[in-house]
Design a binder for this molecule. Structure first.
Ligand SMILES: [Fe+2]
Length: 291
């Protein structure tokens, strides 16, 4: 975990998930996300202790395990408050719901994986929280139901998982989003913003995020075209996913399959909502095809 100072009151702790540290007017620290696990939480706490920072609260951008994994440890160790988007509070408190929701029932043991694993914590709604002076919330729904970004008073923007790295785009059959159409709207909204620094959770901190946003949008549009191409003939969700996985050469474990399967459902819903495909039950099989 490398610490990078972006301004007098803002640090980024760079790692698998980039975290933010914001100093408020009283000199207390607010942590943006808490990393993937207890180990990260312990590293954050050691870093805070070295500098004499007091952890006042954690601000979760969304409820995915790699953003809330240090919550429980840090709350137990410091008594800090935790604020999260209202639409995702249940998942912060009970992270095991995420996998069950995506699977559609209690998931079998073999489907449990660290991408879904975190300890629950007590969280409060972020929209009614008294935030540090000048900190504002940026709605970035799509990747998850109610994901939020943050803008500091000095123009540093935390983008959560709205933008992914070039490598993630290249290596994955499908980029995960709960609702890909809304995720693309959120991406386009970033093009209308300006900032001194941009902090994506899983890509490098940058002064210019536009090229990466454009790359994300064109990658997603290509994928959308591929899905529409596959839907020229009636095709089941499972066969579509099989074709997309074959395109990418990805080998997935059951948990990743559940994640990608849910992401594909989100795509199909979006394409159906905009009248480009429709579903049909044929011989007791649900198939999708272009209109
Ligand atoms: Fe995420």
């Amino acid at each position: 975990m490398e610490a990078r100072k972006l301004s007098e009151t803002c640090y980024v702790l760079e790692g698998t998930t980039n975290l933010g540290v914001l100093l408020d007017e009283a000199g207390d620290a607010w942590l943006v996300d808490s990393g993937a696990d207890t180990k990260t939480g312990a590293e954050v706490l050691a870093w805070f202790n070295e500098r004499g920072f007091r952890l006042r609260a954690i601000l979760n951008t969304h409820s995915h395990a790699d953003h809330i994994g240090g919550n429980h440890f840090l709350q137990q160790a410091t008594g800090c408050r935790i604020f999260a988007p209202e639409g995702e509070l249940a998942f912060v408190e009970r992270p095991e719901l995420e996998l069950d929701m995506l699977y559609g029932a209690p998931a079998p043991a073999g489907f449990h994986h660290r991408i879904f694993t975190a300890d629950g914590s007590r969280a409060e709604g972020i929209r009614t929280a008294g935030l540090p002076r000048g900190l504002s919330l940026i709605p970035l729904p799509g990747h998850s139901m109610d994901m939020l970004g943050f803008r500091t008073e000095d123009g540093i923007v935390f983008l959560a998982d709205s933008v992914v790295s070039e490598e993630t785009l290249r290596r994955n059959a499908l980029v995960y989003a709960w609702d890909m159409c809304r995720a693309m709207e959120s991406l386009r909204s970033i093009l209308e913003m300006d900032a001194a620094f941009w902090v994506p959770s899983h890509a490098e901190v940058t002064e210019s995020v536009r090229p990466l946003v454009m790359q994300n949008l064109s990658g997603l549009e290509e994928l959308q075209d591929r899905i529409l191409e596959l839907c020229r003939v009636p095709v089941s969700h499972e066969m579509l996913l099989k074709a997309l996985l074959a395109d990418s050469g990805m080998h997935v474990h059951p948990a990743r399959y559940v994640l990608l399967s849910a992401a594909l459902r989100g795509w199909l819903t979006g394409l159906a909502r905009t009248d480009r495909i429709r579903s049909e039950l044929t011989d007791a099989q649900l198939v999708w095809h272009c209109i």
